[in-house]
Write a protein that binds this ligand. Structure first.
Ligand SMILES: NCc1[nH]cc(CCC(=O)O)c1CC(=O)O
Length: 310
């Protein structure tokens, strides 16, 4: 039987940060695209987010810091796609850019890492825990008000080194990053989502393109994982509706029960003056619009419960 002639797959240049995790993610997408016949090369670059290591990201401009330079490379045509941890991608992409697809999620949970202690419960009174995430900070303090939370920045290897040097009794990291880098054995315990609710998009990868590259968007479609895409669309809708940024402690996490998506969210006062606000809703979800409607409903519940969005 004759098969219709298909155009030969376009060459793809992937713009990527140069941390080990970013390179792993870019190589992962490279392998998937190469298997589909594309010639793929990586264009490594350093972003402001990689350079500013002495201050909390929430204070210097937030999530966009990790993606801006990559978008400039796409804009100028030096690269065609950028692979992101969705957690680091702002809720609204700049004009002219689109999320071509969301890929299958790794473990979305947070991990407890410590050379000495097996779990959060095993930490002695007043122990020092490293994290610069406001979400982790407020959730940890809700579980263990006695803990001393200290800032911790840098890529995964840097954070683990600081832990091993003895600056902290324990640190909290995304399980996904550790697992991707083959560091899963550093995980002493994973947090159940109901005690330490993950960030919107945690563990999921997204591919960003220029929105005028419909050909590329079509070529990337087979890499999409629809259940993950719907889940993170709901989670990100909560964040968007709250005006979420790194300066707001916000968690949003979806889980499937059959075709019904259960969406949990938590909001914390950045100044720690009021108690955590939690919200939960569920709905059958089959489209991005339904996922976003669920996210909006959960955000409305958060606000009704006293959460103050921006
Ligand atoms: N904010 C940093 C960041 N962005 C993405 C990951 C890895 C996990 C993921 O893909 O969500 C991490 C590290 C961490 O939070 O421990």
């Amino acid at each position: 039987m004759n098969t219709p002639a298909t155009p030969s797959p376009a060459p793809v240049v992937i713009a990527t940060r140069e941390s080990r995790l970013a390179l792993w993610q870019a190589e992962h997408v490279k392998a998937l695209l190469a298997a589909r016949g594309h010639t793929v090369t990586l264009l490594g670059m350093t972003t402001q987010g990689d350079q500013i290591l002495d201050r909390s990201l929430s204070k210097v401009g937030g999530k966009g810091l990790f993606v801006k330079e990559l978008e400039v490379a796409l804009e100028e045509g030096r690269a065609h796609i950028a692979v992101h941890s969705l957690k680091d991608v702002p809720m609204e992409l700049p004009e002219g850019f689109a999320l071509a697809c969301v890929m299958e999620r790794e473990d979305p949970r947070d991990a407890f890492v410590s050379p000495r202690y097996a779990s959060l419960a095993a930490l002695p009174q007043g122990a020092v825990v490293g994290t610069s995430s406001l979400r982790r900070q407020v959730l940890l303090q809700a579980l263990r008000p006695d803990l001393k939370i200290e800032p911790l920045r840098g890529n995964l290897d840097t954070r683990l080194r600081k832990l091993d040097e003895g600056q902290y009794d324990a640190i909290v990291l995304a399980a996904a990053g550790l697992k991707r880098l083959g560091l899963g054995e550093r995980i002493r315990a994973v947090f159940a989502p109901d005690e330490m609710l993950p960030a919107a998009g945690q563990g999921a990868l997204g591919i960003e393109v220029r929105s005028d590259r419909q050909d590329l968007i079509a070529a990337l479609a087979p890499l999409a994982h629809q259940p993950t895409w719907l889940t993170v669309a709901a989670e990100r809708a909560v964040s968007r509706a709250m005006g979420g940024s790194c300066s707001m402690p916000l968690a949003a996490h979806g889980q499937w029960h059959g075709d019904t998506l259960h969406l949990d969210a938590a909001w914390g006062d950045p100044e720690g003056r009021s108690a955590l606000v939690r919200a939960q809703a569920q709905a059958p979800v089959a489209t991005l619009a339904q996922a976003e409607a669920l996210g909006d409903a959960v955000a409305a519940q958060l606000r009704a419960g006293g959460a103050q969005g921006l």
